[in-house]
Design a protein around this ligand. Structure first.
Ligand SMILES: Nc1ncnc2c1ncn2[C@@H]1O[C@H](COP(=O)(O)OP(=O)(O)OP(=O)(O)O)[C@@H](O)[C@H]1O
Length: 253
């Protein structure tokens, strides 16, 4: 069974069709790159996977069940520009992800984590900071971080709730090429080492083909101003990388 199943999905804003009859099955541990012209609906699609937007028609299932109506800890997200809390340290920003997502035993009003749960969360946040190469920066403030370090922090924060699905919206688009290459290495490592299924929007084809197991291109079959928004984008290409990349088996890359 697929982890994510999208069937006959349409998204319209007023009388403008953005996405038209999208059908897609995403296997667990896949790394899907979504590419396509500007404005073709890639971010809108990601927002529907995150439950920040509601489909006009059609079905999205996560693990065989309708996707939850609200964003939740099962889906993490990283945007191109990370919105940090400037008055919190790097460690504090990662812990906040836990606070915001906190539920159940060990939690109190406002969802803040206390006591043993707090200590476990701090340990986990430190482990994540080490995993993204920010162990040395735990006590720094976001304004003291470079763009690349901020995106590493964004990854740590997104992973704090151990999401099954990691959604990435041009996460490395604002970085210089050298920094980007470094963070690609990190992204590969995280995907191999953690139980993640990733869906990443990117404009960068080498990035798409360099990281993904599968590259999906959205495109409108007609895109004339005279069409007045009658046609949405569809899946124009669905390319499996060859030889296949297998999560957890970096030697196969
Ligand atoms: N809330 C909204 N209300 C109305 N129209 C919207 C809304 N959000 C997005 N759109 C429109 O939907 C279309 C798709 O936008 P979207 O941002 O998903 O495209 P994209 O492929 O991610 O573009 P880009 O590559 O430039 O980021 C655009 O025409 C946009 O103007």
């Amino acid at each position: 069974m697929s982890l994510i199943s999208v069937r006959h999905l349409w998204k319209e804003y007023d009388d403008k069709v953005v996405l038209e009859d999208i059908n897609l099955e995403i296997e667990e541990r896949a790394f899907v790159a979504l590419v396509g012209p500007s404005g073709c609906g890639k971010t809108t699609f990601l927002k529907m996977l995150l439950s920040e937007e509601i489909p006009t028609r059609g079905i999205i299932e996560l693990d065989g069940k309708p996707i939850p109506k609200e964003p939740g800890p099962d889906r993490g997200v990283v945007y191109q520009r990370y919105s940090v809390f400037p008055h919190l340290t790097v460690l504090g920003n990662v812990l906040l992800a836990k606070d915001l997502g906190a539920r159940g035993p060990g939690t109190r009003l406002l969802g803040r984590v206390f006591g043993a749960a707090r200590r476990a969360a701090t340990e986990k946040a430190r482990e994540l900071l080490a995993a993204v190469g920010l162990a040395h920066a735990a006590d720094k403030y976001p304004s003291q971080l470079s763009g690349g370090m901020q995106q590493r922090l964004a990854l740590a924060q997104a992973l704090m709730a151990e999401p099954r699905v990691l959604l990435l919206d041009e996460p490395f688009g604002a970085l210089d090429p050298g920094i980007r290459a470094d963070i690609h290495v990190l992204m590969r490592k995280l995907w191999h080492e953690r139980a993640l299924t990733a869906v990443m929007v990117t404009h960068d084809l080498p990035e798409a083909f360099g990281l993904a197991t599968r590259v999906i291109a959205f495109e409108r079959r007609r895109d004339e101003p005279s069409d007045g928004g009658r046609y949405g984008a569809r899946i124009a290409k669905d390319i499996g990388i060859w030889p296949p990349r297998v999560a957890g088996a970096p030697k196969a890359v």
